[in-house]
Design a protein around this ligand. Structure first.
Ligand code: NDP
Ligand code: OXD
Length: 308
C-alpha cells in the first residue's frame, strides 16, 4: 500500500521512518517527490491544494493531520472520499491545558490586571473561589471531555452542551437546540470546542452572548468561523461580556491593526491551543493504517453528512 503525505517536511520524514518501521508493507511517500500519483489511494494532510486533488483521481481515504477537518473544505473533495480526523494524546493534552489556562486567566481577571499593569496602576479586584464559577463547554467530544476532566481538578462548577445527550460525572449535560439557552444561562465562562459545520458556524454571536449572565467570559479554542467578531466587540463594549480569550480567528493571521490585537479585554493566541505532536500522532496514524490493511473500521472517521 502506498500512502502520500503532504505537509511539514520534517514531520513527513519522521513519519516516513516510523511508518516504514512499523508497517513494512506500507510505502510512505512525501510530496513533492512521490512517484505516480494516479495510483495513490491514501493521503495524509492538513490541507490539500486544488492541483493536488486533481492529480489524485483514485484517492479513497484522507487522514487529517489535525483533529478538525473543516480546513480541508470537504465540499471540494470527491463525494465518496472517506475522511479521518486525528485523535491523539498530544492534541488532547495540550488543548485541555490551554482551556485550564484560559479559564483560570479569565476567572482571575488576568486581562484586566495586565491592562492595569501596562497603565502603571495598582488596582485591586475582588477574588472569588473556583467553586463559585460556572464553566460551560460547547462540544463534549475528545477535546471537550478532556478539558472538563482537567477543569474538575480546580473545583469549577461544570456543564457541557452537545448535539446528542451525554452523561458525565460532575458535569451537568445539556443537548440540542432546546438545551442551548438553559446551558448558556448558567455559564459564567463559556468555552467553545465545537467542530466548525454549517450548524455551528457563527454560533458565538450576540444572541448567544445575551443568553449568558451579564459580565460573562468567552474562550474560543475551536475555529475562527464560530465567532461573529463584531458581536464580540459589541458585547465587550456593552459589558455583557467582561473578557475573551481567542486562539482561532477568521482569517488567520488577522490583518495588522485588527482590534483584537490591542483590545484590553481580549487575550489572543495564534492557533496554538491543541498541537499535533509528531511523536505521539504517528502511533494513531500507524494504528489506522494497520486498520486499512486489515479492512477494519478507522478511528476518527468523519460522518460527512454531519460534517464532523
Ligand atoms: P469531536 O468530534 O470529538 O467532538 C465534537 C463535539 O461537538 C461532540 O460532542 C458533538 O456532539 C458536538 N457538536 C457537533 N455539532 C454540534 C451541534 N450542532 N450542536 C451541539 N453540539 C455539537 O471533536 P474534537 O473534540 O476532537 O474537536 C473539536 C474541534 O476543536 C475540532 O473540530 C477543531 O475545529 C477544534 N480544534 C482546535 C484546535 C486548536 O489548536 N485551536 C486543535 C484541535 C482541534 P455529539 O457528542 O452529540 O456528537
Ligand atoms: C486541529 C488544529 O484541528 O490544530 O488539530 O486546529
Amino acid at each position: 500500500m502506498r500512502v502520500l503525505y503532504h505537509g511539514n517536511a520534517a514531520r513527513g520524514r519522521n513519519w516516513q521512518e516510523a511508518v516504514s518501521r512499523a508497517l513494512p508493507q506500507v510505502r510512505f511517500e512525501c510530496w513533492p517527490g512521490a512517484g505516480d500519483l494516479t495510483e495513490i489511494r491514501h493521503v495524509v494532510a492538513w490541507t490539500l491544494p486544488d492541483e493536488l486533488i486533481a492529480a489524485l483521481p483514485n484517492i479513497e481515504v484522507l487522514f487529517s493531520v489535525g483533529a478538525g477537518i473543516d480546513q480541508l473544505d470537504i465540499a471540494r473533495l470527491p463525494p465518496g472520499l472517506r475522511i479521518v480526523r486525528m485523535i491523539e494524546p498530544g492534541i488532547i493534552g495540550t488543548m485541555a491545558d490551554y482551556v485550564v489556562m484560559g479559564v483560570l486567566a479569565l476567572h482571575r481577571d488576568l486581562p484586566f490586571h495586565i491592562s492595569e499593569q501596562r497603565a502603571g496602576r495598582w488596582t485591586w479586584r475582588n477574588v472569588s473561589p473556583a467553586n463559585e464559577c460556572r464553566v460551560g463547554v460547547m462540544g463534549l467530544g475528545e477535546l471537550g471531555r478532556a478539558a472538563l476532566a482537567k477543569l474538575a481538578l480546580h473545583g469549577f462548577r461544570l456543564s457541557g452542551w452537545s448535539r446528542s445527550q451525554h452523561q458525565a460525572e460532575g458535569v451537568e449535560c445539556f443537548a440540542g437546540d432546546e438545551g442551548l439557552v438553559p446551558f448558556l444561562a448558567q455559564c459564567d465562562i463559556l468555552v467553545c470546542l465545537l467542530p466548525l459545520t454549517s450548524e455551528t458556524r457563527h454560533i458565538l454571536n450576540r444572541t448567544t452572548f445575551a443568553a449568558m449572565p451579564r459580565g460573562g467570559r468567552v474562550i474560543n479554542a475551536a475555529r475562527g468561523g464560530h465567532l461573529v467578531q463584531e458581536d464580540l466587540l459589541a458585547a465587550l463594549d456593552r459589558g455583557q461580556l467582561a473578557a475573551a480569550m481567542l486562539d482561532v480567528t477568521d482569517p488567520e493571521p488577522l490583518p495588522a491593526g485588527h482590534p483584537f490585537y490591542s483590545h484590553p479585554a481580549i487575550i489572543l493566541t495564534p492557533h496554538v491551543a491543541g498541537i499535533t505532536r509528531t511523536d505521539s500522532a504517528v502511533h494513531s496514524l500507524i494504528d489506522n493504517l494497520a486498520r486499512v490493511l486489515k479492512d477494519e473500521p478507522l478511528v476518527g472517521e468523519v460522518d460527512r453528512s454531519r460534517g464532523y
